[in-house]
Design a protein around this ligand. Structure first.
Ligand code: UTP
Length: 409
């Protein structure tokens, strides 16, 4: 090993990597050395130390955030908003990004989450196919093929592209589909040590959906949007099979309220529901996780009996292109998630794990909201727009999502 690489490993307490050297041929050694020289070990050290600290919200002023309840809008008002938003879509100023860079560890499916097959009342459908169905319905309605950008990560990029190619984009015009890859960070075990993967490289994983800002810019997608006069971009998760991501109402409302970001919410079912909710923190829009919301605040209700902090984040966001232009270099905070990851032992054996064993560091797409004075929030009905596929079984599983999908579609 090159002395400078050795020095880095020693300095950051990662000498255990040397114990793998006898498993590696010359080429693999070179690859590993190159990978090590690219890792920001100082950043990793800080991130690992961060996992040991608790975030304090005490001095923060948490307040209710305003929203519009779609259910309470009159038919005329809905029509008016649909017309304003619809015109922008028809004129080709609207695009969709599907965030599909995640690992989907909880679902445990081998392959990208979008390639997971569900048993719906219309027969078997892949998650990507359901997304394309939504795009195709929009095409029928607005007589335009909306550009579809798919965010992947190194781990699933090839499989994702190959899958959509193989299925001929489920009938969508492939010239309107573009893929872009997000960044990565190494995983770290509970002792702060790097782990090795099957390919004898340090195991890295997508650095959270907040990686979208850098990725959109670096990949040339932002340029593509500019060239094609895309002004508004709807971003949603790959795993919500009821996501209504071609939404003229949210679009028109965001423009009317003179905001650059719009988001959808659903009503929290009860004060104890374990979900992130929208709020204002120190005067800025923010999503506060349930563990950070004090109990008495979670219970607070307004004069109509609605929870003061009752707007659940649906992970459906609308951005004006300028947000991506302004935030291309944004440095977002990282949050640690405890996840499962198989790893290579020093004797060359690869171990699959049943329980979480590593920290994965992720930045969140919504952590940029606080850089704006306000955002538009549209509350929609849960059963209309929210059917997440997260877990293998139980809550938010293929079974619950399909039931919701079958009821709605
Ligand atoms: P989740 O936080 O649910 O993570 O992602 P996940 O990777 O899909 O699943 P688990 O936690 O490992 O089980 C929410 C959305 O953000 C995307 C995911 O693909 C999903 O659409 N995402 C997540 C990214 O695009 N990149 C990431 O680095 C993380």
């Amino acid at each position: 090993m090159k002395p400078e690489v050795l020095q880095i490993l020693k300095e950051y307490g990662q000498e255990h990597i040397l114990n793998y050297m006898n498993l590696l041929n010359e080429e693999e050694k070179e690859n590993l050395e190159e990978q090590i020289s690219k890792i920001d070990f100082n950043q990793l050290k800080n991130l690992y130390e961060m996992t040991k600290r608790k975030v304090e919200f005490e001095e923060k002023k948490i307040e209710h955030i305003n929203y519009t309840n779609k259910e309470k809008l009159s038919e005329d008002r809905i029509k008016e908003l649909e017309e304003v938003g619809g015109k922008i879509i028809e004129e080709g100023h609207y695009a969709v990004i599907t965030m599909a860079g995640g690992q989907g560890t909880r679902l445990g499916h081998k392959g990208p989450k979008g390639t997971y097959e569900l048993n719906t009342k219309y027969g078997k459908k892949y998650i990507f196919e359901i997304i394309v169905d939504t795009l195709k319905r929009a095409k029928d309605k607005y007589k335009i093929t909306i550009p579809w950008y798919v965010m992947t990560s190194r781990e699933n990029h090839e499989d994702t592209v190959e899958f959509l190619e193989k299925h001929e984009y489920f009938g969508y015009d492939k010239t309107k589909v573009k893929f872009f890859m997000q960044g990565e960070l190494p995983l770290i075990d509970t002792n702060g040590k790097l782990i090795l993967d099957k390919d004898k490289k340090i195991k890295e994983a997508a650095d959270g959906n907040g990686g979208i800002y850098e990725a959109v810019s670096k990949s040339g997608i932002l340029e593509d949007m500019k060239k094609n006069q895309i002004d508004w971009i709807f971003v949603s998760n790959v795993d919500n099979i009821l996501s209504n991501f071609v939404d003229p109402i949210l679009l028109a409302l965001t423009i009317e309220e003179n905001q650059k970001i719009g988001a959808k919410s659903v009503a929290k079912t009860n004060p104890k529901e374990k979900v992130g909710v929208f709020c204002k923190m120190n005067g800025k829009p923010k999503i506060i996780e349930y563990i950070d919301l004090p109990d008495e605040m979670a219970e607070q209700r307004d004069e109509n009996g609605e929870l003061q902090f009752g707007e659940v984040n649906l992970a459906n966001y609308l951005f004006h292109r300028s947000v991506f232009e302004n935030l291309a270099d944004v440095k977002l905070p990282y949050h640690a998630a405890f996840k499962k990851s198989g790893y290579l032992k020093e004797n060359g054996e690869f171990v699959e794990v049943e329980e979480p064993n590593v920290y994965k560091y992720e930045s969140f797409i919504f952590d940029v909201f606080e850089r704006y004075d306000d955002i538009t929030i549209l509350r929609v009905k849960r059963e209309d727009e929210f059917a997440p596929v997260k877990n293998k079984e139980g809550n938010d599983s293929p079974e619950t999502a399909v039931k919701l999908y079958n009821d709605k579609m």
